[in-house]
Design a protein around this ligand. Structure first.
Ligand SMILES: [Zn+2]
Length: 97
């Protein structure tokens, strides 16, 4: 819409100019919204990635290989009752931060 349609009155001309102005503003807002959405998306993705990183694999029971629940590690597995002192201590290669 670059060439104005037949303008019959001053009011129509005024309205036409306002429509042009509003269209430009809407386009500007859409552009801004798009970039905001993109930024929000990447922020959400980054957050999800951080959460994923935070979720470290839990120690597993050597008997039933189920992940041990968080908290203090008892002397035996809560799932199968495997005695942890029945096997040599686990390698300490995965250090807790
Ligand atoms: Zn177990």
């Amino acid at each position: 819409m670059t060439t104005p349609p037949k303008i019959r009155s001053e009011m129509e001309r005024e309205l036409y100019l306002r429509v042009i102005d509003l269209e430009a503003r809407v386009r500007e807002l859409e552009k801004r919204l798009k970039s905001t959405r993109a930024a929000a998306k990447t922020a959400a993705e980054r957050k999800a990635l951080a959460v994923e990183k935070k979720h470290k694999p839990r120690p597993r029971c050597p008997g039933c290989t189920l992940e041990l629940p968080p908290g203090r590690r008892g002397v035996s597995c809560v799932w199968c009752g495997f005695r942890f002192d029945a096997v040599p201590p686990w390698p300490a290669k995965r250090r807790r931060r």
